[in-house]
Design a protein around this ligand. Structure first.
Ligand code: MN
Length: 160
């Protein structure tokens, strides 16, 4: 009898779920912060710093928010970078590979000296926490912009 009730409860919960009763909260928990320089980003991007490099931490961490179509230039990190997507949908691409579609909850672990870019999709804002390691005082080398052609091709190849 207990087992039957349990099964009935599970069935009820599942049916609630399909009605989006437990819709995910998407409101950002961090402020958008200040606008980032157009020199390094295409479109409108913002930074809200979380942690600075100090005597214990050989990295900085911050929330970067990309408005739709906004993205970084192509760039590399001398000791790599970790991205944790906290809001929206975006794209991540390494040179020579198809772009990867990323969304809230995805984690990207970027190796040292790997040429790449990250940004929002054309229709969604995307915010990620970026944890960027330092090699001495360096943490990024900026390269050329991601062209509209490269960006559109990337958006046409979502991996899921
Ligand atoms: Mn990067």
């Amino acid at each position: 009898m207990t087992r039957l009730i349990t099964l009935a409860t599970i069935a009820l919960l599942l049916s609630c779920n399909t009605k989006n009763e437990y819709k995910m909260e998407t409101r950002s928990i961090f402020p958008k912060g200040v606008e980032l320089p157009k020199e390094w980003f295409t479109g409108n991007t913002f930074i809200f710093p979380l942690v600075s490099k100090d005597k214990n931490n050989e990295f900085s961490a911050g929330v970067v928010t990309f408005e739709p179509k906004a993205r970084t230039l192509w760039h590399t990190h001398p000791k790599g970078q970790v991205l944790i997507v906290i809001e929206g949908e975006g794209l991540y691409q390494e040179k020579g590979y198809p772009a990867r579609y990323i969304r809230q909850g995805d984690v990207v672990n970027i190796s040292e000296d790997t040429e790449h870019w990250h940004g929002a999709t054309a229709n969604s804002q995307m915010a990620h926490i970026a944890i960027t390691n330092y090699r001495e005082e360096e943490q990024v080398t900026w390269l050329q912009p991601v062209t509209d052609d490269e960006y559109m091709k990337a958006g046409g190849q979502p991996i899921r």
